[in-house]
Design a protein around this ligand. Sequence first.
Ligand SMILES: [Zn+2]
Length: 305
Amino acid sequence: MGFDITILGTGSAIPTKDRFLSGQVVNHDEHLFLIDCGEGTQMQLRRYKKSLNRISHVFISHLHADHYLGLPGLLSSMDLLGRVTPLTIFAPKGLDEFIHFNFKISSATPRFPITFVHTQTQGKMLLLENEKLQVFSFPLKHRVPCTGFIFAEKQGKPKFDKRMLGRYFITPEEIIAIKEGADYTAPDGTFFPNSEVTIAPAKPCSYAYCSDTLYLPHLASELQHIDVLYHEATFAHDLSERAKATFHTTATEAAQLASEARVGQLVLGHFSSRYTDPEVLAEEARQIFKNTAKGYEGMVISLRP
Ligand SMILES: [Zn+2]
């Protein structure tokens, strides 16, 4: 159960001896989703004990090598481990060709079904939905088509307060009505407003992933009150010109966005290999947005236990 994110890699472009390339696992009530899959991702999945074959969906933000080159190896391992369950990969158009070409030249097509769904950069789109969770993509601005992802829990319904059964005989039909919002009048005439016969649902939690992108101030409206925002901070602000030229964001800009969007927490990642300790980037961001954390390999962000 629970809702948490495990960061597998916080490096950008070139891995360092301490940093892997982009990759994260979102666990939502035991459903595992992989976001981005840089080289080495499958090793990190094993290190942090995430079962490869329990991943049901993969979300690739864009087709730069540091975000998808781990996929051929991961898919091969899934097959060797005997996977039969289907896998869906959300990614910009083109990844399907690359993966199929790889299968062709190695004469090794996995035995489990893989479905590719092309992401779009036209606007916010619902990609996936179950009873409790929705996953959206939204456009970022990078040198190639790129999207971020939002994992947002749905507002749950109130639960019937079973303690009422100790006081009254309540029929299953009445319980269904109460769950739908009805008030309850007991046989002795006592009136209970709905709020007194139900337990309020937990507040829905949300997580947003932004990598890689030019600083986009307008995203603040899209990301209002997100509980945790993971945002790239490839450079410190003294390199803002370089950030702009390469369509990346500085730590200061990520913090400005977090502040404008009034998110709960900002977690930084996608650090340039020039920063031996990216704590300097987190420190810079904290001048603007206090609740900023430096992302690191193995970090677990817990939204709900
Ligand atoms: Zn990147």
